[in-house]
Design a protein around this ligand. Structure first.
Ligand code: ATP
Length: 259
C-alpha cells in the first residue's frame, strides 16, 4: 500500500528571469521559492492502479519524484508498505520501481546491458538477472531489439527498456511518470498490458498521464492535482459519475471547481 499525506515540495528559484510568464503569475511563486506541491494526498492499495491526473505544471512529476525518493519533501508523509519513505529513503528505494520522464539509458550499451546493470546495482545474482530479463523481454515484447545498442532505439524501444530496467528487481510498488507519452498504439497497448499484469500480481501502481482513456481502462482510483494541491482522490466509479460517465468533463469539472 502507498499512502501520501499532505505532501509539500518547494524549489529555490535560482534565476527568476528563466521562469515562464505563466509561472511568474502563479500563486505558488513566493519570494525566492516556487512551491510546486503544497498539499497533495492520495492512497493506493495492493492490487490497485491509480491514475495521477493534472494540467501541465500541476506538480505530478514533482510528486512522483518525491515518492520515488529522487527528491526530498519539505513536508508531509509518504508510507510504502509500512516504511516511512521520507525518513528511511534507502530502505524504501528497494521496494520501489520508478520510471522517470527522461529514460536516461546508456546509449553505448545494449538494452540487455542497461537492464543488467540496474539488476547488479540492486544486488541480484547473474542467474536472477538473466531469468528476469527473459521474463520482462517477453512481457514487453523486446526480443527483436534487446541486444542492440540503445543509441538508435525508437521512442517505444527506449521506453520499454526503461520500464524493464525500473522493475528488474521485482519492486513491491511501481511508479511510472507518463509511461505512454510519445508511444504508438502498439507500444501503448504493450505498456498497458504490462500495468495490467502488475495489477494481477497485486503490485500497486501509480502512473501519471494525460490520456483519460488509459485511466478508464486500467485504473481503480484517480487522483487529480492542480497547482500543487489535491483536488480529487477517489475510485474510478466516483470519478466517472461526476459527469455522467464522461471522463474529460469530470476532469474539467474538478479543475474548474465544479465539485
Ligand atoms: N527543479 C525545479 N526548480 C524550479 N521549479 C521547478 C523544478 N521542478 C519543477 N518545477 C516547477 O514546478 C511546477 C510543477 O512541475 P511538474 O513537472 O511537477 O508538473 P507536471 O504536473 O508533471 O507537469 P507536466 O504535465 O507538464 O509534465 C512547474 O511549474 C515546474 O516548472
Amino acid at each position: 500500500m502507498i499512502e501520501i499525506k499532505q505532501l509539500g515540495k518547494k524549489f529555490e528559484v535560482e534565476n527568476p528571469k528563466k521562469l515562464s510568464e505563466q509561472e511568474k503569475k502563479d500563486p505558488r511563486l513566493k519570494g525566492r521559492f516556487f512551491h510546486s506541491v503544497t498539499n497533495v494526498s492520495f492512497s493506493v492499495d495492493d492490487g490497485q492502479v491509480l491514475g495521477l491526473l493534472g494540467p501541465n505544471g500541476a506538480g505530478k512529476t514533482t510528486t512522483l519524484r518525491v515518492l520515488s525518493t529522487a527528491l526530498q519533501a519539505d513536508s508531509g508523509e509518504v508510507v510504502i508498505n509500512g516504511i516511512n519513505v521520507l525518513k528511511n529513503p534507502l530502505q524504501a528505494r528497494k521496494k520501489i520501481g520508478f520510471l522517470s520522464g527522461s529514460t536516461g539509458l546508456y546509449g553505448r550499451l545494449t538494452g540487455r546491458e542497461n537492464i543488467r546493470y540496474f539488476g547488479q546495482l540492486h544486488g541480484m545474482s547473474k542467474i536472477q538477472i538473466d531469468l528476469r530479463i527473459a521474463a520482462l523481454s517477453e512481457m514487453l515484447e523486446m526480443d527483436t531489439f534487446l541486444d542492440r545498442r540503445c543509441e538508435n532505439f525508437s521512442t517505444g524501444m527506449k521506453q520499454k527498456t526503461a520500464i524493464a530496467r525500473a522493475v528488474v528487481h521485482q519492486p513491491e510498488v511501481v511508479i511510472l511518470d507518463e509511461p505512454t507519452t510519445g508511444l504508438d498504439i502498439m507500444a501503448t497497448q504493450t505498456v498497458m498490458n504490462f500495468i495490467q499484469d502488475l495489477k494481477t500480481q497485486r503490485v500497486p501502481v501509480i502512473f501519471s498521464t494525460h490520456h483519460l482513456d488509459e485511466v478508464s481502462k486500467l485504473c481503480d482510483r484517480v487522483a487529480v492535482i492542480d497547482k500543487g494541491i489535491s483536488k480529487f482522490d477517489d475510485s474510478i466509479d466516483v470519478f466517472n459519475q461526476l459527469a455522467n460517465g464522461d471522463p474529460n468533463a469530470a476532469f474539467l469539472d474538478i479543475i474548474n471547481g465544479g465539485q
